[in-house]
Design a protein around this ligand. Structure first.
Ligand SMILES: Cc1cc2nc3c(=O)[nH]c(=O)nc-3n(C[C@H](O)[C@H](O)[C@H](O)COP(=O)(O)OP(=O)(O)OC[C@H]3O[C@@H](n4cnc5c(N)ncnc54)[C@H](O)[C@@H]3O)c2cc1C
Length: 503
């Protein structure tokens, strides 16, 4: 066992999309800063950010029905949908900056245009979809969304899904051509490739972070195991970002900061059905989101997705939930038990008592046979054949459990949560949805909280990278049009490109 002591400005833990985004942004904003990355696996983007471990939806609320809720008076609350879309516009602007500046190369390797559709069945849901579209249509970010309950139109929009259906079935869909499929795995690898060549950046794979201490002069000392040599190293930094995905919660607990108390996590694994039949894959061209079943959690919203992964078109349906006590796919069966601490045991117990419906849902999901999963798929593709589809295991989502004013003790959260120390010296990212799609805005929020002295100086650069910085594009339709035209052109998302992608 040996020990190495180094000092840097920033330590990033984990080599997923979140650390990739933070590292690349910091390199633009403070090029002289020294950055060290520690990743326990042997390369970047292998956990949730990997293309096979998430659904690759560029979440912009164009098709995800759970971002719009029906209020008791029957009107539609679009707040979350607008918020998610605004955040995705920020990501698109930064990605197009990276492409234009040649920080990363071919946009088509990580982002593809794909229509986003919502599909509902039953009179009540058809009515909801119509109202949702009307409510969103007043906002410039959702322009171009069409609705139809005409079987002939639906057959053109989604031929595979309409085949074998009763013409009299109450079914409707909305469709917008501005959606995207994002290969977050490819993007993560591109960003780490870019960072690898940068002065002052050191990326250490096969290095697991194990513990933290605070030094007398206010630095964080991070204890790291070099897995290759089985040695312990100590590295110090002024600022630490815990971007460990599912592994963030146990690390946050080890910091001992008061903000880490009363927080727990519950892992839910994801499974998809992947189509093996190329002819079937070719007959679908959209991401089609349905409605979650009554009582099912939001992450269970079923969707049938055209995906582009490493030059190949694929078709995936899901997610189905699974249970594993691991916080990471490559984690340990002791992760869940190990995360129960004196500081969060009551929060966890309260969640256990409250979330009986979720437990029941997970048990029912785990018990599903291939044929039962196929039956769920047949609600989307009535003619689906069992032999054409196989199960692929996706990533782990660790849903955050915390005490909230609204929900009380032990409330399960479905969003992305950022926890920062009061003095801004450390930040951790927990939770899942809308996740990777909103990475750039999440990092900007962390910068505001953790670098209050620098943020004003950084503003001109932030505006160069994200021209809408500080503004809501919903309130600036002309700026939105200008930005959309540019980002779509640079990222290859124009209608012409879209038609090319279909061929
Ligand atoms: C089934 C599923 C579907 C999803 N669908 C979508 C979607 O359609 N669109 C979307 O935008 N988002 C989606 N998400 C969410 C998205 O995948 C995540 O928000 C995002 O990938 C998280 O990135 P990350 O960098 O935080 O974590 P990760 O990509 O998991 O990376 C964390 C890294 O930290 C490393 N690490 C952990 N602990 C340590 C340690 N102690 N020391 C060193 N390294 C460590 C891990 O090995 C890993 O490489 C989905 C997630 C799942 C699971």
């Amino acid at each position: 066992m040996s020990s190495v002591q180094t000092k840097s400005d920033v330590i990033l833990i984990g080599a997923g999309i979140m650390s990739a985004t933070m590292g690349s942004l910091l390199k633009e904003l403070a090029p002289e800063w020294k950055i060290k990355v520690f990743e326990k696996l042997n390369s970047a983007g292998k956990e949730s950010s990997n293309e096979w471990n998430n659904a690759g939806t560029g979440h912009a609320a164009l098709c995800e029905l759970n971002y719009t809720t029906e209020k008791p008076d029957g009107t539609i609350d679009c707040t979350k949908a607008i918020n998610v879309n605004e955040q995705f516009q920020v990501s698109k602007q930064y990605w197009s900056y990276l492409v234009e500046q040649k920080r990363i190369s071919n946009a088509g390797d990580f982002i593809m245009p794909i229509p986003h559709m919502s599909m509902v069945q039953g009179e009540k849901n058809v009515d909801f979809l119509k109202k949702r579209l009307e409510a969103l249509s007043t906002n410039p970010l959702f322009q171009g969304m069409a609705f139809s309950d005409d079987p002939d139109v639906l057959r053109q929009w989604m031929p595979l899904m309409m085949e074998g259906r009763d013409r009299n079935e109450a079914i409707a869909a909305s469709k917008i051509d501005g959606g995207t499929d994002v290969n977050f795995g490819a993007l993560t690898r591109m960003l780490f490739n870019h960072l690898t060549g940068q002065k002052g950046v050191q990326i250490n794979y096969r290095h697991s972070v194990e513990d933290f201490t605070r030094t007398k002069d206010g630095l964080w000392e991070v204890k790291v195991r070099n897995e290759e040599r089985n040695t312990i190293e100590y590295h110090q930094a002024k600022f630490v970002f815990i971007g460990g995905g599912g592994g963030s919660l146990p690390l946050l607990q080890k910091t001992g900061i008061k903000e880490s108390k009363n927080i727990g996590g519950f892992p839910v694994s994801g499974l998809f059905l992947s189509c093996k039949n190329k002819e079937v894959v070719e007959r679908h061209h959209a991401k089609v989101y349905g409605k979650a079943k009554v009582g099912a959690p939001p992450m269970s919203v079923p969707h049938l997705d055209t995906r582009y992964m490493n030059g190949e078109k694929a078709l995936l349906f899901g997610p189905f939930a699974g249970f594993s006590p691991k916080f990471l796919k490559a984690g340990s069966n002791l992760d869940l038990m190990g995360s129960v601490k004196p500081s969060n045991v009551f929060t966890m117990l309260a969640a256990g008592a409250k979330e009986i419906p979720l437990t029941k849902y997970l048990i029912s999901q785990v018990m599903l046979s291939h044929e039962k999963r196929m039956n769920d798929l047949r609600e989307f593709v009535p003619t689906a054949k069992s032999e054409d589809w196989e199960v692929v295991v996706a990533g782990q989502r660790v849903q955050v459990i915390k005490d909230t004013e609204m929900g009380g003790k032990g409330t399960l959260q479905f969003g992305t949560e950022v926890v920062t120390a009061e003095d801004g010296s450390i930040a951790a990212l927990l939770g899942a949805s809308p996740g990777a799609s909103t990475a750039v805005q999440v990092m900007i929020e962390i910068f505001k909280r953790c670098f209050p002295e620098q943020i004003a100086d950084w503003e001109p650069k932030l505006k160069e990278m994200v021209p809408s910085y500080g503004l809501m594009l919903s309130d600036h339709p002309e700026l939105f049009d200008e930005i959309k035209e540019k980002t779509d052109r640079v990222l290859g998302l124009t209608v012409a490109e879209q038609n090319q992608a279909v061929q």
